[in-house]
Design a protein around this ligand. Structure first.
Ligand SMILES: [Zn+2]
Length: 227
């Protein structure tokens, strides 16, 4: 699962909690940020094998700290607790319900990975591995990613008040993510090393976070200008 994770970030944004979209973008990929970091540190293990599954080259044979069920729950709780000091630091409004939304957004990553991953998600430690393996079926997996993203963006546009220019920017961002997913699923490429792969994960995910930040600024000056 790749851009499909962002469907949850878009869908979770609402007028009540007003969680910044960029924070939700970090939340839904929080487990992968931990995973990429631990692979870079040599603690978690990854093999990148061409044709490992039809839709992905990643053989994540050891990632119990970022992607097992118990640690996913722990990281969700950590993110929910950490959201309060983060809001304080950045000057954002904080609510209990927002913290719960953050926890759910972080945990959604595991649920969506469960659909796509080929039996590499441990239910305990590094054993009892599960995964429905939709990555073995390239077109259905791609279709699911895009369908989820479309639903998430639609909910975002319906649930939030924004100027038309930002609506257009959100749709353009969504189309950009579709292009990225097309590239990831269908454009053949030679496998990078494990370290280069997760470095790419860090860079791309952070680029999307930055775009999410900028998108929510678009048109805000006009909206909040004094009468
Ligand atoms: Zn993941």
């Amino acid at each position: 699962m790749f851009v499909g994770h962002y469907s949850v970030a878009f869908a979770a944004k609402g007028e009540r909690d007003k969680i910044p979209l960029w924070i939700l973008f970090v939340a839904v990929q929080f487990l992968d940020y931990i995973w990429a970091t631990l692979v870079l540190l040599g603690i978690e293990k990854l093999r990148v094998i061409k044709g490992f599954t039809a839709g992905s080259m990643l053989d994540s044979y050891f990632h119990p700290y970022s992607h097992s069920l118990p640690t996913a729950l722990i990281w969700s709780a950590v993110a929910a607790v950490g959201y309060k000091p983060l809001c304080k630091w950045l000057g954002y409004a904080w609510t209990t319900s927002a913290a719960l939304v953050i926890a759910a957004a972080v945990f959604s990553h595991w649920i969506l990975d469960l659909v796509a991953h080929p039996g590499d998600l441990a239910l305990y430690d590094n054993t009892w591995k599960v995964g429905f393996g939709l990555w073995r079926y390239r077109d259905p997996e791609f279709a699911l990613e895009i369908a989820l993203l479309a639903i998430g963006i639609t909910l975002y546009l319906v649930r939030n008040v924004m100027p038309p220019i930002r609506k257009a920017a959100v749709i353009a961002f969504g189309l950009g993510l579709v292009v990225v997913q097309i590239g990831d699923t269908y454009v053949p490429r030679t496998p990078l090393t494990d370290k280069a792969t997760v470095l790419g994960v860090w860079i791309f995910y952070t680029l999307f976070v930055a775009i999410a930040f900028v998108v929510e600024k678009i048109g805000s000056r006009r909206q909040s200008s004094p009468l």
